[in-house]
Design a protein around this ligand. Structure first.
Ligand SMILES: [Ca+2]
Ligand SMILES: [Ca+2]
Length: 111
């Protein structure tokens, strides 16, 4: 009996853990995590321009990266589903653009 209860509890726990991604898939293309990252990076760029850490050229470059990511996101979502692999790729691109923003903000060049 104890084993049976443990098995039920385990499967319930697994169902709860699995639920968020399942709900995300059912919702189709919504991905608040990606959107939040995009908003944060956008804010970092604006901040970098304001502080002068990003030159005009650097700001242009990192904004192009942001635009490319939005295009990729649109393409991935165009079939009505954002798959786990597509989501992973978007986050990979966001990692790269984040590194790029950091690099440009902390290099020697400024306005
Ligand atoms: Ca897709
Ligand atoms: Ca710079």
């Amino acid at each position: 009996m104890k084993t049976f209860v443990a098995a039920v509890v385990t499967s319930l726990t697994l169902a709860c853990v699995a639920a968020p991604s399942y709900a995300g898939d059912r919702a189709g293309v919504r991905d608040p995590h990606v959107n939040a990252r995009q908003a944060r990076q956008q804010a970092r760029i604006v901040e970098g321009v304001r502080s002068g850490e990003l030159t005009r050229r650097e700001a242009h470059k990192v904004r192009e990266d942001q635009r490319d990511i939005r295009q990729l996101e649109r393409a991935y979502k165009s079939d009505g589903t954002l798959t786990a692999a597509e989501r992973r790729d978007l986050n990979h691109e966001l990692n790269q653009s984040s590194r790029q923003i950091r690099r440009q903000k902390h290099d020697a060049q400024s306005r």
